[in-house]
Design a protein around this ligand. Structure first.
Ligand SMILES: Cc1cc2nc3c(=O)[nH]c(=O)nc-3n(C[C@H](O)[C@H](O)[C@H](O)COP(=O)(O)OP(=O)(O)OC[C@H]3O[C@@H](n4cnc5c(N)ncnc54)[C@H](O)[C@@H]3O)c2cc1C
Length: 429
């Protein structure tokens, strides 16, 4: 073993790229970022099957790809590009669910840091994306519900107001004007600051900015990392790649999204698929009235579906919670998303060809990310657990890369974020 890196970042999605970028800004040098695929996209080519024979065509029965969670459609004729929503709310059905676990102070901390993460990501996206007018859309988001849930939604709005979260109540008339009566939504909460970005380009642009400092080396398409161990002396970690190569680093950041086989994460990080379908949308219909083609984000109370209009497509995401350890069943699940779209918005052309894709994200039992080290002496720092809505919270977490690794002190606000998300809530203290 020859070279010892100061920091190795494993994973070059939005989280790993942001962590690498923040480290270079804090003056850290000698950083290596590893990704077994392409930054932002993950590993999209066919993988070898058990007997070592490469597959030439992805096959749903035998092929488990690692499409990253940062992945988006290709844009143009192949769907919208700015599909990743950056939202204020965590993926709980209601805030009182988080309060049961973290107290109302914890809820308030979450909302503050999600807004902070959202701002951080938008500032970086506007600074580094080559075409921010097209690739960053801060058009707000609207959480909607059907009649039987409107009391619950009103209660959620009251929680949000009492916690000082910027949002607005939308009544039935306004929601129906935006969505049409067929969608069945009768009330909404409007979050004016929410946004969406082209997350693949975002990850690539952040890495480019970090590479320009000369402090970072990127190895993409590398052999997958299969093990990371602290050395007995705890002075460094040893990283093992699938092809047998070993690397050494004083510290490691694990930002591998949904699929990392690490005993520290077993049982608390669950890989899941999430699916996307983009239904062609030429006729303006009621959704077209909502500032199309650059509409807001929409999502349901309970986060079952989210959607937006862009580039003459209604992009729908959902069908989450199908285990990422099984084959993806993409046709079936994307088909169900399309059926949902045609039912809610019957003016969309039924049965037309539509782009569809999917990716892997990771879920934790309490829907908060897992950040930091399992013990203070460890050389391994985790930044995983995006819980389908990870952009805001993981952006806030990635900005803690330098203090988490001891390169500078933490501010009080940063300490609150680190404490709320700490991986140690699931380990023996
Ligand atoms: C279809 C879909 C839609 C989503 N929509 C949203 C949304 O609208 N808003 C939102 O906030 N979140 C959304 N998410 C969640 C999304 O996953 C996160 O927000 C975020 O982009 C995850 O970024 P990440 O960098 O943590 O992980 P990823 O983007 O998954 O990146 C992990 C990287 O690590 C690499 N890697 C993994 N294992 C290894 C290994 N062993 N060795 C080497 N490299 C490895 C992978 O190749 C990959 O590039 C969605 C997820 C999916 C799947």
């Amino acid at each position: 073993m020859s070279h010892r890196y100061d920091v190795v970042v494993v994973g070059a999605g939005t989280t790993g790229a942001a962590a690498a970028y923040h480290l270079t800004q804090a003056g850290v040098s000698n950083i290596l970022c590893l990704d077994m695929g392409t930054p932002g996209l993950g590993r999209t080519e066919a993988r070898k099957v058990a007997n070592g024979t490469p597959l030439t065509q992805p096959d749903e029965e035998t092929f488990v790809p690692h499409y990253s969670g940062t992945r988006v459609f290709e844009g143009g004729q192949n769907g919208p590009r700015t599909i990743k929503m950056i939202v204020t709310l965590p993926p709980y059905e209601m805030l009182d669910g988080i309060a049961d676990l973290f107290g109302w102070d914890g809820v308030k901390t979450y909302l503050e840091l999600a807004q902070h993460g959202l701002k951080l990501e938008l500032d970086l996206a506007r600074k580094f994306l080559p075409n921010p007018d097209q690739q960053v859309k801060q058009n707000g988001s609207l959480m909607v519900c059907e009649a039987d849930r409107s009391e619950r939604l009103r209660q959620e709005f009251n929680f949000l107001q009492s916690l000082g979260c910027p949002c607005e109540w939308w009544d039935e008339e306004r929601v129906i004007a935006a969505h049409g009566a067929s969608a069945g939504y009768v009330a909404g909460i409007w979050f004016p600051q929410d946004a969406r970005i082209d997350s693949v380009s975002f990850a690539k642009s952040l890495l480019d900015a970090a590479l320009k400092t000369g402090s970072l080396t990127l190895r993409d398409q590398c052999s997958p990392v299969v093990d990371i161990q602290n050395d007995d002396s705890r002075s460094h970690a040893v990283i093992k790649l699938e092809d047998g190569e070993y690397l050494e680093a004083k510290q490691v950041i694990v930002a591998t999204g949904g699929m990392f086989f690490d005993k520290q994460l077993a049982g608390i990080l669950i890989p899941r698929y999430s699916y996307l379908a983009a239904l062609p949308h030429i006729d303006p219909g009621p959704l077209g009235g909502m500032d199309a083609p650059d509409s807001a984000n929409f999502f349901t109370l309970g986060f079952t579906h989210d959607w937006c209009v862009e580039n003459n497509f209604v992009r729908i995401s959902g069908e989450d919670h199908y285990s990422g350890l099984k084959s993806p069943r993409a046709k079936q699940r994307c088909g169900r998303l399309a059926q949902w779209g045609w039912t809610k918005y019957p003016y969309l052309e039924f049965g037309a060809d539509y782009p569809a894709t999917y990716g892997i994200y990771s879920e934790t039992p309490d829907f908060m990310p897992l950040i930091g080290k399992t013990d203070p002496e460890s050389c391994v720092c985790y930044m995983v657990g995006c819980n389908a809505w990870g952009q805001a919270s993981l952006s806030a977490a990635a900005a803690l890369a330098a203090p988490l690794l001891g390169y500078r002190d933490m501010s009080e606000a940063e300490q609150r974020t680190a404490d709320l998300f700490s991986i140690r809530r699931f380990s023996a203290r």
